[in-house]
Design a binder for this molecule. Structure first.
Ligand code: GLN
Length: 548
């Protein structure tokens, strides 16, 4: 039976609760325990699939096809445990489940209330798979005091009551602001935040305090006294140069020890932190820098491409180089010449995206990379744009385009759809069908699918195998009918769905490194196990940087 750690936040949002949870997960693993991490989000969207990346950052996709919060990406990157659809829930999902049950008559005529019906639904969710791991870490999104968060806080309070004593602990993450004028770290906002928690029946066992610098002993004692935690359970979480320093930094601060103490686990198993020591060593001891341009649409908010940025960092670790990323809005190329902007980069990446805006700029970026021998990685939409570019400029299909854009065009343009809307495909051993009019939520080709790579192709060499499984999130596909025409001109279809119908990977022959993938390899990369495509892409960028 798992022990439960509930992680809540106070004072302000964006303190890195997800990261702290993920790092704690990694530390417990380092002591030999098995873990699973979960996110409970108070917002009313049923899942983040329909939220704009500008609003909420990237949508993280699990193997079993759930569209989840980007914190699940942190969890996977730090623990290597593949997230499942049952690791993420929102108020929207909770209420939608409750209402569905009510309509079905499951509640036998009862009046449906937040307590117990909504809280029971949340508790049932927390319990899923509780026998599978030693520790279940549940992060509650938002900050204490948020209206939407209340049912979740109430549910975890009840949950700890339902369980045996000592089976659940609470960790609270707050901010200690530094007031320059008086040269002091202030504990009052944390005191208030804990007071707020206690007013709803929750008493934190561990306080994780974000601060710019170290926390002096005096402030630690004050926090312990006023917030009713042990002095050793006040953990300083200082700003770090790299997020991957977090496990070692929190370990030095005694976070994992404090957690084990709170559960009364003694003696605590010794940790093996060699994995994280190696990751930190590779982060800091590098041999040069490579510059990578990401030509995309959601470039104002880095979180919109969180996993890609992290996967590039992991690729840098594999090659002991620092990867410097520059975000370029693809729309710029519709006004300005792209050549001068792109020529100083060692590699170009065009990420996934939705809608027509900026796509002509992405096509120009793909063309530039192909013609100038610059390493190119196109992900999902980035692959589709590379195929359109090749169709137009290599295979003489000047009007090549994607069906994704025709409904947005005011005049019904004539074009050759080399990328089309897929309405029927095979997942495992069953058929999936969609209509154009389907809801926007969750109707894409989502989650893990197998692909077969051509023996002797660049990608088969990179992966070291011809059978792979990668995660998808898209509605449109490259049309196989253009394969021969494109391959003749040098765009090779080197990865296909097992039934041979759906192109999964394209690569340009006789190019230093040009690969387009229909899936999202970035979702599976880890600092201690960089994704082979990202590792090799950065290797090619490093080679390119030596040439210029
Ligand atoms: N918009 C494209 C599609 O739906 C690509 C999606 C993506 O890049 N994730 O097929």
């Amino acid at each position: 039976m798992a022990r439960f750690i509930f992680i809540t936040g106070g004072v302000v949002s964006s303190l890195g609760k997800g990261l702290a949870s993920a790092a704690l997960g990694a530390l417990l693993q380092a002591r030999g325990y098995t873990v699973r991490l979960r996110k409970l989000d108070p917002y009313l969207n049923v899942d983040p699939g329909t939220m704009s990346p500008f609003e909420h950052g990237e949508v993280f996709v699990t193997d079993d096809g759930a569209e989840t919060d980007l914190d699940l990406g942190h969890y996977e990157r730090f623990t290597g445990v593949a997230a499942r659809s049952t690791d993420s829930i929102s108020s929207g999902r909770v209420y939608s489940n409750v209402l569905e049950k009510e309509r079905r008559g499951d509640y036998l005529g009862k009046t449906i209330q937040v307590i117990p019906h909504v809280t029971n639904e949340i508790k049932d969710f927390i319990k899923i798979g509780e026998d599978e791991v030693d520790f279940m870490l549940c992060e509650i999104g938002g900050t204490v005091g948020d209206i939407e968060g209340l049912p979740f806080f109430e549910a975890i309070r009840q949950f700890a009551q339902d369980k045996d004593r000592g089976q659940c602990i609470f960790m609270h993450l707050t901010l200690l602001p530094f007031i320059k004028a008086s040269g002091e770290l202030k504990t009052k906002p944390t005191q208030h935040s804990v007071k707020e928690l206690r007013s709803i029946g929750l008493a934190p066992d561990i306080l994780v305090c974000r601060s710019e610098g170290p926390i002096p002993q005096k402030e630690r004692e004050k926090l312990a006294l006023f917030c009713n935690v042990r002095a050793g359970s006040v953990i300083a979480a200082q700003d770090l140069k790299s997020i991957y320093e977090a496990p070692l930094a929190y370990h030095r601060e005694g976070m994992d020890q404090a957690v084990l103490d709170a559960f009364g686990i003694s003696p605590a198993p010794k940790p093996d932190l060699s994995r994280w020591e190696d990751v930190v060593d590779r982060t800091h001891n590098t041999d040069g820098t490579v510059n990578v341009a990401i030509v995309g649409k959601y470039t104002q908010l880095e979180d919109a491409y969180k996993s890609i940025a992290e996967a590039l960092t992991h690729g840098g670790m594999a090659n002991r180089v620092k990867v410097e990323i520059e975000w370029i809005d693809a729309e710029i190329f519709e006004r300005e010449d792209h050549g001068p902007l792109l020529e100083r980069f060692n590699a170009i990446l065009v990420p996934g995206g939705f809608g027509e805006r900026g796509t002509e700029g992405k096509i120009k970026a793909a063309q530039f990379a192909r013609e100038k021998d610059i390493p190119y990685l196109g992900i999902c939409l980035g692959m589709q744009m590379a195929v359109i570019e090749a169709a137009r400029n290599m295979a003489n299909l000047g009007d090549a385009g994607s069906e994704e854009f025709d409904h947005e065009a005011k005049d019904a343009r004539r074009y050759t759809p080399v990328v089309y809307h897929l309405k029927e495909w095979v997942q495992g051993n069953h058929k999936v069908t969609r209509k154009s009019s389907d809801d926007k939520g969750g109707t894409m080709r989502l989650g893990a699918y197998d692909a077969v790579l051509t023996k002797g192709s660049r990608v088969a060499e990179i992966y070291g195998t011809t059978a792979i499984e990668e995660r998808h999130r898209h509605r449109y596909e490259v049309d196989i009918r253009f394969r021969e025409q494109l391959e003749e001109k040098g765009l090779i279809f080197s990865g296909m769905s097992p039934d041979g119908r759906l192109p999964e990977i394209v690569e340009v022959k006789d190019h230093p490194w040009f690969v387009g993938v229909q899936f999202h390899p970035e979702l599976k990369s880890k600092p201690f196990a960089p994704h082979p495509l990202f590792a090799d892409f950065v290797r090619a960028a490093k080679e390119q940087s030596r040439l210029v």
